[in-house]
Structure formats: C-alpha cells, structure tokens
Unconditional design. Structure first.
Length: 214
C-alpha cells in the first residue's frame, strides 16, 4: 500500500489521487442513478393510484400540513447551500471551515427530523375512514417520505464522518474526495424532497381547490 507525500497525514491509497477521485465520483453517480430509478418508481405508482382514486387522494392530501413540509424544504435547501460551502472549503484545505459548514448542515438535517416527527405524530393521531384508497394514499405517503427520511439519516451520518476527517486535517487542495462525494449524495436527498413536497402536499390540494371552484 503506497503513501503519496502530497496527501494529508494519515491518508493512504492504492491509487493515484486523481484516479481515486474520478473513480469515487463515477461510483457515486452510478449509485445516484439507481436511487433516481427507485424514487421514480414510487412517483409513478403514486401517479397511477392518484389517477384511479383522484377525488379521495385530493381529499386525503388536505390532511397533510403543507406549512411543515415547506419548513422542511427550507431546511434542506439551506443545508445544500452550506454543504456546497463545505466542499469549497475542503478543496482549499480549510479544514476548520469544513467542520463549521458541516455543523451547520447537520443542524438543518436534524431540524428536518424534528419537523418530520411532529408531522408523523399528528398523522398517527388522526385516523381517516378505512377504505381502499386510504390504505393506498397513506401507504405511499409513509413509504415515500419514510424512505426519503432514511436517506436523510444516511446523509447525516456521512456528513458526520467527513466532519471527523476534517478534525484530523485530512483535506487539502489535492485531497477532498470524501466531502465532494458526500455532497453529491446530500444534493440528491434535497432534489428528491423538492419533488416530493409539491406532489404530496401541493398538487393534490390545488386540484381539489380547482374542482371545488367549478
């Protein structure tokens, strides 16, 4: 196992830094592509069942708290901004700033879970009439938002890990791959939510409002 003297202390690699960087990014992009297919299938299922139970889906959507969803949207978009700052700091070898920006990103990520906790708690205390469309709507709602929450949790753990490397002064202008790769994953988490929020919280409600007006 070789050690490149240009890399930060404690960093060992079988590959040249540039090769390792491109291999890591390629691997992450392939992984992200599989995640897009996963969530794409869920969005397709939601669209099909919403078409089948249009009126019921629009009615159940009114039970979702769009304000809490909007707050989580703000949290995740803000976290993406600070993750970009962390990547930029890592590329410049500014490890203390990486720690700072990761801390802010983690704060927003934890805020997401706090909001989601209160949202889930409210839903579980309100049991709508049990009909087939109820099971389908809330089944998809909990599956889609729950799976997304799991991805947020994985992202939080990964950011905590790259933060730990920054505390050991691992990053430099020639080595910042972990932060950039984790940043790509975190941006996917945000993009998925940007689609989840309007599909679950807004579009159905808008459709119901239009139907009521007519």
């Amino acid at each position: 196992m070789g050690h490149d003297e240009s890399l930060p202390p404690g960093h060992f690699s079988y590959f040249e830094p540039e090769q390792a960087y491109h291999s890591s990014k390629l691997g992450m992009w392939i992984f992200l592509a599989t995640e897009v297919h996963l969530f794409g299938g869920l969005f397709a299922a939601f669209a099909i069942y919403r078409w089948r139970y249009l009126e019921q889906f629009n009615e159940f959507a009114q039970t979702l708290n769009w304000k809490l969803g909007a707050l989580n949207t703000v949290f995740l978009l803000s976290s993406s901004y600070w993750m970009v700052r962390a990547v930029d700091a890592a590329q410049k070898g500014l490890n203390k700033k990486v720690i700072k920006y990761c801390n802010i990103t983690l704060l927003f990520g934890c805020g997401f879970f706090v909001v989601k906790f209160f949202e889930y708690k409210a839903k579980l205390t309100h049991v709508p009439p049990i009909v087939p469309s109820t099971h389908v709507f809330y089944g998809l709602y909990y599956t889609m938002t729950g799976l997304h929450a799991v991805h947020v949790l994985v992202g939080v753990v990964a950011i905590w890990w790259v933060r730990g490397l920054a505390k050991k002064n691992r990053y430099s202008p020639v080595y910042y791959t972990p932060v950039e790769v984790v940043g790509l994953y975190w941006h996917l988490v945000d993009v998925v939510w940007i689609y989840l929020y309007p599909v679950l919280y807004l579009l159905a409600g808008v459709s119901l409002g239009v139907a009521t007006a007519h």
